[in-house]
Design a protein. Sequence first.
Length: 115
Amino acid sequence: MGLLLNDLFGPTCNSLEDLNHLMSTMPKLDTQISIQLHNILTYIAETRPARALHVQIARQTMDGAEQEVTSLLVEDRFSEAQAYHEFLPFLHRQINLEVTLLYIRISCLGKRRSA
């Protein structure tokens, strides 16, 4: 995580404890991830000029802002996409089905060749 923090917040930021929780803008650094982040922020600012963007640091179990940010999160209950915990069993069933079908095909081919 230290390398990511260095690339986003500068060489003096090696852990979450090093972050300034009062920061409201991202530093502009000459790293690929920083440049990409600033390109995204610039695009959003240009396409939605009425919406001001600012950074809010909310470190889990470290900042009071964590509760504020958590209260703003909303689960999309109307999405047709499966949630991750629903997708994993579905994927497992699909893999088992494919393996079973492959086994049946191989068994049938073996019986045809021996007959």
